[in-house]
Design a protein around this ligand. Sequence first.
Ligand code: DAH
Length: 389
Amino acid sequence: MLRPVSATSTGAMSSSDNKPAQTLADLGITQTDQVVSLFAEVRARFDSQASRPLDLPNWEILRQSWIGRKSGALTLITENWLNPASPDLKRSVGQELNKLKAHLEATLEERKLDIESLVDQGASIRERVDLSLPGVIRPIGSHHLIRQVFQEIEDIFFSIGFSVVEGPEIETPYYNFEALNIPEFHPVRDDMDTFYLELPKGAPTPLLLRTHTSPMQIRTMEKQKPPVRVIVPGKVYRRDNPDATHSFAFHQIEGLAVDTDITFCDFTGTIEYFVKQFFGPSVKTRFRPSYFPFTEPSVEFDVSCPFCGGTGTSAGGGTCSKCKGAAWIELFGAGMVDPAVYGFVNYDAKKVSGFAFGIGIDRLAMLKYGIDDIQVFFQNDVRFLRQFP
Ligand code: DAH
C-alpha cells in the first residue's frame, strides 16, 4: 500500500526554509509513486510561497531559496534525494526533479514579469497626474503685527540712508547704563529696574536683560568711526507688572546719527519726515523739553492726534478717546547726543555731533492700529493675529 508522504509533515523539508533535510531512504521512500507524491508536495509548497504578493526584493529571496545555486532547494534535492537514490528510484527522481525545475523557473519568471509590470503601471499613473488641478493649500501664516511695524519703520529709515544693526538682549551694566552717562545710583536707573542674571561667584561683570536699545549706540560707535546712521530694532525688558500699557518685554527702535556737521535742524527734520511717513502727511509734530542722561538737549516728540485731526474732539462731537481731548499724542524720546557719551567711545566731542531717538514700537503699533491692550501682542491668539495678514 502507498504510504501518504508529505514533504512538510514528514519533515522531508525543514519548516523554516525549503531545505530537504533527509535522504529518501531516511524518509522510507521505496516506490516510484511515493517519489511522485513527494515532489507534488514540494511543488505545492513552492506554489503557495510564489502566490503571495511579492515585490522585487522578496521575489529575489524566493528565487534564491528555491533555485539559488549554492543552497537553493533544487541543489539540495539533487544532493540529498537524487544522488544517493537507489538504482530503482533514480530514474523517477531524476524525471520529477527536472519537471520541478522547469516549473520553478517558469513560475519565477512569470512572477517577475508581473511585478515589473505593476511597477511600470505605478510610474505611468504618476505620469498621468493632472498638474492643473488645485493643490493642497497649506496656510503659511504671516508676520506678527510687531514685526510688520518694525519693517514699516525700517523701510522709512532705509529711504533716508540709515542701516539696521542688531545687538545682544543680555547686556552688561556698562553698556546699558554707565557708557550712556548713567552712573551707579543715578535716579534714572529706578525707572529702568530690570532682570539680572544669576551668575557664578566671581563672574567678571553682572549681566542684565537690556532695558532699552540705547546700549547699541555705544557698541556701534565703538566699532565704527563717523559718519554713523543706524537704527536698532529689538526686544527690551523691564520689571513692570503687566497691564494694558505695560509688559515686562516690549520692543524699541533706537536711532543714532553722528557726523561732523549734524545740527538740531537735521534732527527735527529727520524725525518729522519719519512721523509723516508713518502717520500720514497731515499730522503735525512738536517737541517738548525732556531729560535723558545721554542726550543734551533732550526732547519728547509729540504728534498731533491722527484720529481727531488734532482737534481733541471725536467725529460725534465728544472727547477724542485716543488723545483724551489733548489733541497731541506723546510719541517718543530723543535728543542731541550728550558730549559726555562721546568720551566713552573715543569720539572727539569737539569735532562730531549727532542725534538719537528711542521709539517704543508696541506703543506706535497700538496707536496706529487702534489696539487698546499691549498684552494681545504676546498672547498670540490667532483670532487677533489673523486681523493683520
Ligand atoms: N532709551 C530711552 C528709554 O528707553 C529712550 C530714548 C530716549 C532713546 C532718548 C534715545 C534718546 O536714543 O535719545 O527710555
